[in-house]
Design a binder for this molecule. Structure first.
Ligand code: SF4
Length: 138
């Protein structure tokens, strides 16, 4: 099957960790600021309360994101085990030229015959929004 990498970019962005990373960075920054505020004399309790509420808000948002991500991942795992394109645990429907650009970890990339394929056993996230899913026939 020919490379459909261009079409895959938009699909994979649905499960990109970018948003989570952004929120995590916000959380780290806020925690750092809160720690500094606690160590700095002169910070009023009202200021600390605002910072704490901001931290709690980011944490809640992150928890929601992780919850949806876990739901999506469970669907990816389910599809990866039942797709006729991944009988060996490696998807033979897609070959991906630049897996790093899609956030696919290098340990999940298998190169055979000059083509890079993805072990969906190691990276079932690829299956989450894949339009090529075909159920195994018994
Ligand atoms: S669902 Fe898509 S990515 Fe997953 S094994 Fe099947 S064809 Fe490959």
């Amino acid at each position: 099957m020919e490379s459909l990498e261009e079409g895959l970019y938009s699909s994979v962005s649905l499960v990109s960790t970018t948003e989570l990373e952004t929120q995590l960075n916000s959380l780290r920054e806020e925690a750092k600021a809160l720690r500094q505020a606690l160590e700095t004399e002169g910070q009023s309790s009202a200021q600390l309360k605002v910072r704490l509420e901001r931290l709690e808000s980011i944490t809640s948002s992150l928890e929601r994101e992780l919850s949806w991500r876990n739901v999506a991942k469970s669907q990816g795992i389910w599809k990866s085990k039942r797709c006729s394109h991944a009988v060996t645990g490696t998807c033979d429907a897609w070959h991906i030229n630049e897996p790093d650009k899609l956030g696919i970890p290098s340990e999940a990339v298998i190169e055979t015959e000059g083509r890079k394929r993805v072990s969906v056993t190691k990276f079932p996230e690829l299956c989450i929004v894949c339009p090529l899913y075909e159920p195994l026939r018994s």
